[in-house]
Design a protein around this ligand. Structure first.
Ligand code: GLN
Ligand code: ZN
Length: 761
């Protein structure tokens, strides 16, 4: 029997209670005390669930009111000056000010929030620490110890989780770009040492130090920082055992560094790198425990217990049971809470899935039967094996037609008939657009009325016919508005879409949605990714009615609007029984069908959005080439079936495109629109240097900002773009879709934008 552990549990609550509480607190509707009480209830429930499931090492301090990186910032007292924190504990007010900024009033100016960015390759976003030269670090939060005591007092001996100092620093930025955050390691370690001492004094046995950065590509200097850091931390107290937790990746070149750490145990992610297990076991120092991340913390599938217990048994017989821990690959933060809350789920499909609550149970079972050949758990293992078999063989998953289609793909299906220059000439003839053509990225404001209609349809209080009529009216409004304001290429506005992935997921075979499968995206925000469970196909057109209706209302070209295969893949839970590339190909074929139907219905411009292309990049650079090759291939497969006269657009945003510019070139879209205004067009330099040949629409205003830039400002931005791009390449458009804007904002900004383009002509 091995030790059952968990690295972290979802913290918004099974019904997103924390979201409710925090947002009510922000709105001034509940007191701080009431908010903290909600937090305590969620923590208690989570601890008890895990204890009851049989977890030996239940985590604490995995809870957060907003973000665990921000919690670490508060712990260190690393509050940027603009928030006016003086000394003492970081107040809740300061904490949320860092997360969201403050509005300000007549007397106090508003203060912007700290930056937010993606947590490794997940869809979770953390608050980026901002380190200032000369910053004094001082223990400024009692959270870690408080929550340990809170659990202890209810009879749960927890393993506190701390974000490790090296990962913390490597994820931060400094106010002086010449300053290296790692140089501050010596200054933050004393705070960690105090916390560890306090935990030891309160009776903690193990502390989990999360250092996912140790799984990334590192130079020697960064590598050695981990050795130094753990040497200091482990000498802070003699009674604590430290577990270095590395996840999201295999260790590769850092394996020796990890094995040389002064720690009592190492956690590795075997979902992302099962190959490292043998070497780890062979080289593990005799005084170290190995924690096996066997249960996927990033997906919703049941663990194959036969496979997992085989690995666990192997580890137990190699290392002995007291040196083996069983856990999830990473914190369960990235999966939904409870499968039992799903209503209306097909029972067979339910038998294939596990959310956080079910996963902790799996962990306990694996730990219990490790080394016992499953004695005592025969029934459980048999049930799991039956579920695995049913999933492997189910006709819900395997569609021979789809499999035949992907097997028959040809080179030709991935390339447009003629090269760009020839297409360009034909398209010029047929569209006769002015210079600097204006357009938008697709969505128009999602008004309360639109949301209400969608809810009414779902609840049955609005008939499908009435809903269709409602949408047609919306489309008409959007089309008339665009004509009136003088845009050159129109869109239908995407009023029918709740979300750019879920909308398509709902209509594709092989996809399903959950009712309560929420996963924290940032702060109080959660997303409900749809699940790709089987072979993907498109039974019937998904957007043609709306696009064609919009086109019937106007002489101007209406651009059809689709989500691309890579973005569909990235923003869904995916199958784990075939490579991502294969799933992406199936998605590409489904979208190809839609592209061709749009073309057939008279839509002559089609935009296939790929905002997630950049974020799909693997964590190790060595794996980029392979990913980019299949990602580009899938995009091309989805669009290349159209005739030369049909213009293909794509759109990307909120990413740094420098390192993937060649792949963007290979995608060979006739037009690409990009978010660019925040960086003042700087990102275009990559396109200039690469001599990007096709057309490009760098966004001229930030759709997230409440401020409406003047047409002069937009004109200046276009002029800046003209420094690196040719005039005949340029389109004029906003940074991204307008769905989060109000009509008043959209109206004002678009009018200025059209003005700017006209004056340039
Ligand atoms: N077409 C989408 C929209 O306008 C694109 C959104 C995105 O880039 N995330 O909303
Ligand atoms: Zn966008």
């Amino acid at each position: 029997m091995a030790i059952a552990t968990n690295l972290g549990f979802p913290r918004l609550g099974a019904n997103r209670e924390l979201k409710q509480a925090v947002e009510s607190y922000w709105a001034g509707k509940v007191t701080e005390e009431s908010l903290l009480r909600t937090g305590a209830i969620i923590r208690r429930d989570n601890w008890l669930v895990q204890q009851k499931a049989g977890i030996d090492h239940v985590p604490s301090n995995d809870f957060s009111l907003y973000d665990q990186v921000l919690d670490t910032t508060a712990m260190l007292g690393a509050v940027p000056e603009r928030y006016g924190h003086e000394s003492g504990l970081v107040s809740l007010e300061t904490y949320f000010a860092m997360a969201r900024g403050t509005i300000g009033d007549d007397e106090i100016p508003s203060v912007p929030a700290m930056d937010m960015t993606k947590w490794f390759d997940t869809n979770y976003h953390y608050i980026v620490p901002e380190l200032e030269i000369g910053m004094k670090f001082k223990l400024s939060s009692t959270k870690v110890v408080d929550e340990f005591i809170e659990a202890r007092d209810m009879g749960v001996a927890t393993r506190p989780v701390l974000l490790g100092p090296v990962t913390y620093l490597l994820l931060s930025k400094t106010n002086d770009p010449k300053q290296d955050p790692l140089a501050m390691l010596e200054s933050i370690l004393p705070v960690y040492e105090i916390v560890l001492k306090q935990l030891a004094a309160e009776g903690a046995e193990w502390v989990q130090i999360d250092e996912p950065m140790l799984g990334m590509d590192l130079d020697d200097r960064k590598r050695s920082a981990f050795g130094l850091s753990f040497a200091r931390l482990s000498s802070a107290t003699s009674s604590l055992k430290l577990l270095a937790a590395i996840y999201f990746s295999d260790l590769r070149d850092n394996l020796r560094t990890a094995l040389a750490l002064q720690v009592a145990g190492i956690h590795i992610d075997l979902v992302r790198g099962v190959e490292q297990l043998d070497e780890m076991m062979a080289k593990l120092p005799a005084n170290m425990v190995l924690s096996l991340g066997l249960v996927d913390g990033r997906n919703i599938w049941k663990t194959d217990l036969t496979k997992a217990t085989d690995l666990a048994t192997k580890a137990v017989s190699t290392l002995s049971s007291d040196r083996v821990m069983i856990g999830p690959s990473c914190s369960l933060l990235h999966c939904p809470v409870d499968l039992n809350l799903e209503v209306g789920l097909d029972s067979q499909m339910r038998s294939w899935m596990a959310f956080a609550k079910q996963k902790v149970r799996e962990i306990a079972v694996i730990a219990a039967v490790a080394g016992t050949r499953g004695i005592g758990a025969e029934a459980l293992l048999a049930e799991n094996a039956a579920a695995m078999k049913s999933r492997r063989e189910s006709s819900l998953i395997h569609n021979p037609l789809v499999e035949a289609r992907t097997a028959a793909l040809t080179e030709e299906m991935h390339v447009r008939t003629s090269p760009y220059e020839e297409r360009r000439a034909l398209q010029r003839q047929s569209f006769k657009l002015p210079d600097f053509p204006t357009t938008t990225i697709g969505s128009f404001p999602q008004t309360p009325a639109i949301r209400k209609a969608r809810v009414s349809l779902r609840k049955g209080s609005m008939t499908a016919t009435a809903y269709q009529k409602f949408l047609k009216k919306e489309i008409e409004t959007v089309v008339r508005f665009q004509e009136e304001i003088g845009l050159d290429v129109l869109v239908h506005g995407e009023a029918e879409r709740n979300d750019m992935v879920e909308y398509f997921g709902e209509q594709l075979e092989g996809y399903m949605s959950t009712t309560n499968g929420w996963v924290q995206s940032f702060g109080t925000r959660a997303v409900k990714p749809p699940i790709i469970f089987g072979d993907i196909s498109r039974p019937k057109p998904m957007t043609v009615t709306w696009a064609a209706y919009a086109q019937s209302l106007t002489e101007k070209p209406v651009k059809g609007m689709l989500t691309g295969p890579i973005t569909m893949l990235e923003w869904s839970f995916v199958r784990d029984d075939q490579p991502r590339r294969d799933t992406c190909r199936q998605l590409a074929l489904a979208i190809r069908d839609e592209v061709l139907d749009l073309e057939k219905s008279g839509i002559r411009m089609i935009q296939v959005d790929e905002p997630a292309l950049r974020e799909g990049l693997p964590l190790h650079q060595a794996d980029w080439v392979d990913y980019l090759a299949w990602a580009v291939e899938c995009f091309k497969l989805s669009v290349a079936g159209v005739t030369d006269r049909t213009q293909i657009h794509t759109h990307m945003c909120y990413a740094d495109f420098n390192d993937i510019i060649e792949s963007i070139g290979e995608m060979d879209a006739d037009v690409i629109s990009l978010e660019a205004s925040r960086s003042g067009m700087e990102l275009l330099s990559a396109f200039g240097e690469y001599q990007y040949p096709n057309q490009i629409g760098p966004g001229v205003y930030d759709i997230h900002s409440p401020r409406q830039p003047s047409s002069e400002e937009m004109k200046d931005l276009i002029c800046k773009a003209l420094e690196v791009l040719r005039a005949d390449q340029l389109w004029v458009n906003p940074d991204c879709g307008l769905k989060t804007q109000s009509w008043a904002q959209a109206r004002a900004s678009l009018a200025n934008m059209v003005d700017a383009a006209k004056s340039l002509r």
